[in-house]
Design a protein around this ligand. Structure first.
Ligand SMILES: [Zn+2]
Length: 300
């Protein structure tokens, strides 16, 4: 299993800014191009130890049809094209031992592809999902068409241009001396606790979002906040902004609609949770940024 945070390594040279209208068509004509293929939500991988998400472009000929294509960029000069197919297309590969078909979270947790492929798969999944959900203009309701090699959708009725979106989420390790605050949601795996998190609201700084979310979810007031690290989270298109905040109050009053429990953990607790030897509590998966925030904290 990989120890690095999932989805953060992306070696692609991006070409979205160049705006060449022929970029996608040129890449699609190049037999050397690599194909990232998603059947609905599911990436199609070439099986192996490790496998890869970069398929020969000719793999596309197995499909009777496909939906949007996006020219993601180049990998050592090799163009990479993401292609969305209908969910049923997964069946064409599922029985074939040369391929692995599974969801992107499992691919990360099980380390089925190198970290570089995982980052490219995350990028492809987020942008293809955006195409799939933005077929109509948010301004006038008319159908939109993909443009700029897949990095824009244009409305021919009102002229509006729509760009792929990324939704920011703050995720924070809140500390108070030798203790840190974590909560658990009902849907979490048994014994697992994790950092609190929530969407950034319009007109809000990252620091204020950390303070507001922590107060709303756990009733804890937070003073100083600093940025730590970030992680693309392709479910479907979030960016997790990892922060560390200092609590200025201690009494927890958690929101029972959001959380099943929230409590303070000592560094000793967290070390044992990370090692997987704690009797009562477990840490989030190593692919999650929360795991990284906890590891950094117990190092001090
Ligand atoms: Zn429109």
């Amino acid at each position: 299993m990989t120890r690095s945070i999932g989805y953060i390594t992306n070696p692609l040279v991006r070409h979205s800014a160049e705006g060449d209208p022929e970029a996608l068509a040129n890449a699609a004509r190049n037999p050397e191009s690599a194909l990232i293929l998603l059947a609905g939500d599911l990436p199609i991988l070439k099986a192996g130890e490790p496998g890869t998400g970069l398929l020969p472009f000719s793999t596309l000929s197995r499909l009777p049809s496909h939906k949007e294509q996006v020219f993601l960029g180049t990998l050592q000069e090799r163009p990479v094209i993401a292609t969305l197919a209908a969910p049923e297309a997964a069946e064409l590969f599922q029985g074939d031992p040369a391929y692995t078909v599974t969801d992107l979270r499992s691919i990360a947790v099980r380390g089925l592809v190198p970290a570089e492929d995982l980052g490219i798969l995350a990028m492809a999944k987020s942008i293809l999902d955006w195409h799939n959900r933005h077929r109509f203009c948010a301004n006038c309701g008319a159908p939109t068409q993909a443009a700029q090699a897949g990095f824009r959708r244009d409305c021919s009725a009102c002229g509006a241009q729509h760009f792929p979106r990324t939704d920011p989420v703050v995720i924070m390790l809140i500390t108070r001396g030798d203790k840190c605050l974590m909560g658990r949601q009902q849907r979490f795996a048994e014994k697992m606790y994790s950092c609190l998190a929530g969407f950034l609201e319009p007109g809000e700084t990252v620091e204020d979002a950390v303070r507001r979310e922590t107060f709303e979810e756990a009733g804890i007031r937070v003073g100083k906040v600093r940025y730590s690290t970030s992680q693309p989270w392709p479910f479907p298109s979030n960016i997790m902004i990892g922060c560390v905040g200092e609590a200025i109050s201690e009494e927890i009053a958690f929101d029972r609609d959001e959380l099943e429990d929230a409590r303070w953990f000592t560094k000793d607790d967290v070390r044992r949770m990370l090692e997987g030897v704690h009797e009562h509590f477990a840490a989030p998966s190593p692919i999650a940024i929360a795991n990284h925030l906890l590891r950094e904290w117990v190092k001090d």
